[in-house]
Design a protein around this ligand. Structure first.
Ligand SMILES: C[S@@+](CC[C@H](N)C(=O)[O-])C[C@H]1O[C@@H](n2cnc3c(N)ncnc32)[C@H](O)[C@@H]1O
Length: 208
């Protein structure tokens, strides 16, 4: 039987009280109002979520077929939960490898805070298990033959990794989108491929 990671509110509350995440992490609900919520760890604030909703609405307005979204880099599933509201299906590709160079400061903070790969993976499962149109692929190579309406790239934020991801997906999807245009390397990579429309949470979409 699969080992279940204990992923309780108190552990995170403790780290948040110590301000070890270095950003405004919070639980958005409590166990009384939502039995699943005890496992929900949300780091995005409302304005960031709004940017994702705006991106999805922008796609709807341009006639995007809202069938399949592939998200490359899902972490605890927060952005996937937004995409799942707009697309028939969301396939999340994430090996839950966030150690090493190239990730944003938040990820480094999470490493410092002692969040392991297993805890993040369990967080993803806890956040998304009640949502029946989200699937997870943990081996990125297994996703290589997929085609989709959009890809949302939010994995490694180095220039080379971002450009590699864009090139890997651009002929397999109708719209190439992603996160963190605010990162200099991401911006360079995106701008080297085309013209981007950018949303207030720094999500981007390449114009066609
Ligand atoms: C910035 S987080 C994703 C955040 C998520 N999109 C959200 O908004 O909540 C980056 C994620 O990329 C994942 N990652 C690292 N290398 C990857 C790869 N080659 N393919 C897919 N995901 C990868 C990491 O495990 C990590 O969970």
């Amino acid at each position: 039987m699969e080992e279940r990671i204990v992923f309780g509110k108190s552990m995170f509350q403790e780290k948040m009280d110590e301000n070890r995440f270095g950003f405004d992490a919070q639980f958005r609900a409590n166990a009384e109002s939502d039995p699943l919520a005890v496992h929900k760890f949300m780091r995005r604030e409302a304005w960031e979520l709004k940017g994702l909703h705006d991106l999805c609405q922008w796609l709807v307005d341009r006639g995007c077929n809202m069938g399949l979204c592939i998200e490359v880099g899902s972490f605890m599933g927060e952005s996937a939960l937004v995409f799942a509201q707009y697309f028939d299906a969301v396939i999340c590709v994430d090996p839950f490898e966030f150690v090493g160079p190239g990730f944003d400061e938040n990820i480094d903070n999470l490493n410092q805070a002692g969040l392991s790969r297993d805890i993040v993976r369990q967080g993803f499962r806890d956040n998304t298990s009640a949502v029946n149109n989200i699937a997870l692929i943990e081996k990125p190579d297994s996703a290589v033959n997929l085609r989709a309406d959009i890809v949302y790239i939010d994995s490694e934020h180095t220039f080379v990794a971002c450009l590699t991801a864009i090139n890997r997906w651009k002929d397999k999807v109708t719209w190439v989108t992603g996160h963190d245009y605010v990162c200099a390397d991401v911006k360079l990579a995106v701008d080297s491929v085309g013209k981007a429309v950018v949303f207030e949470d720094h999500s981007w979409v390449l114009e066609r």
